[in-house]
Design a protein around this ligand. Structure first.
Ligand SMILES: NC(=O)c1ccc[n+]([C@@H]2O[C@H](COP(=O)([O-])OP(=O)(O)OC[C@H]3O[C@@H](n4cnc5c(N)ncnc54)[C@H](O)[C@@H]3O)[C@@H](O)[C@H]2O)c1
Length: 332
């Protein structure tokens, strides 16, 4: 199989490295509109083939897969062109700049029986896989809430706000773990420096009082990457800044007891043991590339596909709308 990577800025080289490492791929083409990036690639990855222009990639009958790692507002045009030339596509997060664009791409892919892989990288990490296993085994019981913080100093993006840059990671994890459809969202945020919000909070509401919250910030003096999944049996904390013990499962919770004869509830706190499960450390992108290729060979949708990309973009778009109206609740 032959693959191409379009866009070799910060993230593209990671895709090149992982495509080159795959035994199922025997040639990797690359293209970037910035010539200095192509010079960099030539030195760093002597085995790749540099394309003169994007058409050379799109016109090739041999290239089956095209990975798009360009800025978000260019995803749609390149992805649409690639699908229309019968290429399976890998699109970086966030999938598209709007819900409308995501729907169009999914439709073209369905009509042409092509695969869309959306790079929700975290889904392929050992930590998120373990969290999924714990939740699916019902160890936490019914999920009550999901609470996520992803904050650090920079990197400001010129084309999108902090939500479109950072929240796709956490939203994709939420969808994967919770397996529930959100019903409404509300978001608040401010742009302290230029047009795009640098700090934001998103609240996501599900049925049965289930709730998720996301805090993203490019202007925090400390880097925090932490999420909590709270169940009615146990609770789980994922701290991605930890080198070992990234996940901790707490046998803690709250029980409401009614005292006989007294008509107000008594809160009882349960603080039990904690354990930290062993995690697999294979590089997530390597597993993502394997899943993309296998899904094409097996003629099935990949684990992180265009529908997942669309679900995330729906929340991103609704968040922008809510922020403009000072946190108005937006029904999904
Ligand atoms: N999955 C992840 O964890 C992860 C991490 C970082 C970035 N990303 C995503 O990857 C994408 C790229 O981000 P980045 O940080 O590498 O951006 P970047 O600005 O560093 O690189 C983008 C590159 O695309 C090139 N480019 C722009 N328009 C092009 C076009 N029409 N044709 C060919 N090349 C073009 C630019 O010259 C540049 O080299 C974004 O969607 C971003 O959200 C994903």
């Amino acid at each position: 199989m032959q693959a191409a990577v379009i866009g070799i800025g910060y993230w593209g080289p990671n895709l090149i490295r992982n495509f080159l490492a795959s035994e199922k791929i025997d040639r990797v083409y690359v293209f970037d509109i910035n010539k200095s990036r192509l010079d960099f690639v030539r030195k760093r990855f002597p085995l790749v083939t540099i394309a003169d222009n994007i058409e050379q990639i799109l016109n090739s009958d041999k290239i089956e897969m095209v990975a798009i790692a360009t800025p978000v507002d260019t995803h749609f045009d390149t992805a649409k062109k690639a699908l229309e030339r019968n290429k399976h596509i890998w699109v970086e997060k966030p999938f598209t700049s709007s819900v409308e664009q995501a729907v169009i791409l999914n439709q073209i892919a369905a009509e042409r029986k092509l695969n869309i892989f959306v790079d929700h990288t975290f889904i392929y990490t050992g930590a998120v896989k373990k969290m999924k296993e714990i939740i699916d085994n019902n160890e936490l019981g019914d999920l009550l809430y999901f609470d996520s913080v992803r904050i650090n100093l920079g990197l400001f993006q010129s084309d999108v706000n902090v939500i479109w840059d950072l929240a796709p990671h956490d939203l994709s994890i939420m969808f994967y773990l919770m397996n529930k459809k959100p019903v409404a969202i509300a978001a608040n945020g401010v742009a302290n420096y230029y047009g795009h919000e640098n700090i934001a909070h998103i609240s996501v509401y599900f049925e049965n009082n289930c709730f998720a919250h996301f805090h993203v910030n490019w202007t925090s003096p400390v880097k925090i990457r932490r999420m909590i999944a709270g169940g009615n049996k146990k609770m789980l904390v994922f701290d991605d800044m930890e080198n070992s013990e990234k996940i901790k499962v707490y046998d803690s919770g709250i029980e409401m007891k009614e005292k006989e004869g007294i008509y107000h509830a008594l809160v009882q706190y349960r603080i039990g043991d904690m354990y930290s499960p062993k995690l697999v450390h294979t590089e997530a992108l390597a597993l993502g590339v394997e899943e993309f290729i296998n899904s094409i060979i097996e003629k099935r949708k990949p684990l992180t596909n265009g529908d997942d990309g669309l679900n995330v973009v729906k929340i991103l778009e609704a968040s922008d709308a809510s922020i403009k109206q000072k946190g108005k609740l937006i029904t999904l």
